[in-house]
Design a protein around this ligand. Structure first.
Ligand code: KIV
Ligand code: ZN
Length: 500
């Protein structure tokens, strides 16, 4: 079998999506989840870009055991030094150097001629090679580069020591046949290409990132760069789960190819990334959307009951999506609760189980039937919270059609209760303003989404929001059967992340 190397760039290109920023602890948590998912390479960040990125890459390098840990660098000595330093404790470090090769980028962005680009590419790869044997080179905007020049650059960097050459479709401009032809042309025209792995990196500006990546695989690319839920710059990157499941589902087409991904973990990692970035997954998103395995039409339901394969090409449970009816209720005990958590993929430590069980008991007083999605929301709330600097004690609201909404919020900080009252445009706004009075932060609400976790009037409401505090964009989420309380939890989740 030919292995397709899964290079995950959720923590680098994914995190570049506007508003997707993750804190140190969250990055480590995502890296651990990616390792459990079985990715081959984790691009952990761009170490020179900020101190935060540097320390996160360093910590990931130290903690991750199996995957290669990669740091990004421009073709500049200080970038390479930072990437080398940040990844040096990894069991298997990689330095990823990029430099644009398209006329547009060379002329307008870099203001450099072809000869200088080749010189910089070679010098930077040779320099990085002194510190690290695993070097990847990306001719940025490769899909819009002049082919002959691209071939020359690739040949030169392989000669200088690059072991992987990545062919980025940086602006999501290419289309599947064209991109497949480009990879074939590289194989045919770069004399030393057998000494490197061809990688592909596609953006989704025309909605073709996955199709382009798959086409490149058919032409001989053996590494795919992708992100969980397809998050990334602008319209995002190729989605990991769609690529992996395409290769797995269409074995007739991708015969002899396999990935090392543990499919059963896909849904869980997707939810974690969605939760931590605040990027809600659309219900109709392939593989990980809430509706991906649900059949609504009577004809489809009838067909699936008679023979599953009539309308299902993938079984939800294969990617960890368990569609189940009512699972637990008021009288369910800790054992049943924990067993159910294990069945849907959560192995929590004792302290986490205790906390989640308390939440479950609270919820079962308010909601008769507890479904798997409720359990996921509870667990994610419990295991995704960082330090609780400010904790909700209680709140009150007074709102109606003829009065200005007013809220009173009491928060606890360091064991001390602090209360404030505020009016607002609505009850949620009034609560957020009262919280701001307590914390002293002037937070701007950039995005706010409310979703029902399951159906029914007593459903758990899940709020995902994004705040801007000074120059930082922070996401937060929270759930409760009371949507005002869910909003407060989400707001505090973001505020606590900022204050940490
Ligand atoms: O899209 C792109 O070209 C990139 C490179 C840094 C690989 O992200
Ligand atoms: Zn990219």
């Amino acid at each position: 079998m030919d292995k397709i190397i899964i290079f995950d760039t959720t923590l680098r290109d994914g995190e570049q999506a506007p508003g997707a920023s993750l804190n140190y602890k969250e990055k480590l948590e995502v890296a651990g989840a990616l390792e459990n998912l079985g990715v081959d390479v984790i691009e952990a960040g761009f170490p020179v870009s900020s101190k935060g990125d540097f320390t996160a890459v360093q910590a990931i390098a130290k903690n991750i055991k199996l995957p290669v840990v990669c740091g990004l660098a421009r073709a500049i000595k200080k970038d390479i030094d930072a990437a080398v330093e940040a990844t040096k404790l990894a069991r298997r470090p990689r330095i990823h150097i990029f430099l644009a090769t398209s006329k547009i980028h060379m002329q307008y962005k870099l203001k450099k001629a072809e000869g200088e680009i080749i010189r910089l590419a070679v010098e930077s790869v040779s320099y990085a090679k002194k510190f690290c044997s695993d070097i990847e080179f990306s001719p940025e905007d490769a899909s819009r580069s002049q082919k002959d020049f691209l071939f020359q650059v690739i040949e030169a960097v392989i000669k200088a020591g690059a072991t992987t050459v990545n062919i980025p479709d940086t602006v999501g401009y290419t289309e599947p046949e064209e991109y497949g032809r480009l990879v074939r042309a590289i194989k045919e025209n770069v004399p030393n290409i057998d000494r490197a792995i061809i990688s592909v990196h596609c953006h989704n500006d025309l909605g073709l990132a996955v199709a382009n990546s798959l086409s490149a695989i058919k032409s001989g690319a053996r590494q795919v760069e992708c992100t969980i839920n397809g998050i990334g710059e602008r319209a995002g990157n190729a989605s990991l789960e769609e690529i992996v499941m395409s290769i797995d589902t269409r074995k007739d087409i991708y015969s002899g190819l396999k990935t090392g991904i543990h499919k059963k973990n896909i849904y869980k990692v997707s939810r974690l990334v969605s939760k931590l970035t605040g990027f809600v997954v659309a219900p109709n998103k392939a593989i990980v959307g809430g509706n991906a395995f649900r059949h609504e039409s009577g004809i489809h339901q009838d067909g699936v009951l008679k023979e599953r394969s009539t309308y299902e090409i993938i079984r939800g449970e294969d990617v960890g999506f368990v569609v189940e009816g009512m699972v637990l209720g008021k009288h369910s005990g800790r054992h049943a609760f924990n067993e159910r958590l294990k069945k849907i993929g959560y192995n929590l430590n004792k302290e986490q189980v205790d906390k989640a069980f308390c939440r479950f008991k609270d919820l079962s007083d308010k909601k008769k039937d507890i479904f798997d999605d409720d359990l996921r929301a509870i667990v994610e709330d419990e295991i995704c919270v960082g330090k609780l600097i400010w904790k909700l004690d209680s709140f009150e609201i007074n709102s109606g059609t003829k009065i200005k909404p007013v809220s009173g919020v009491i928060l606890i900080k360091g064991g001390k209760k602090i209360s404030k009252v505020s009016s607002g445009d609505g009850p949620v706004d009034a609560c957020f303003k009262a919280i701001d009075k307590i914390t002293g932060f002037k937070a701007k609400l950039e995005d706010f989404r409310l979703e029902a976790v399951t159906s029914g009037k007593d459903a758990l409401g899940q709020v995902s929001l994004r705040l801007k505090i000074k120059d930082a964009i922070i996401s937060g989420s929270g759930s409760s059967t009371d949507i005002i309380e869910a909003s407060i939890f989400a707001y505090l989740n973001a505020v606590n992340k900022y204050a940490e």
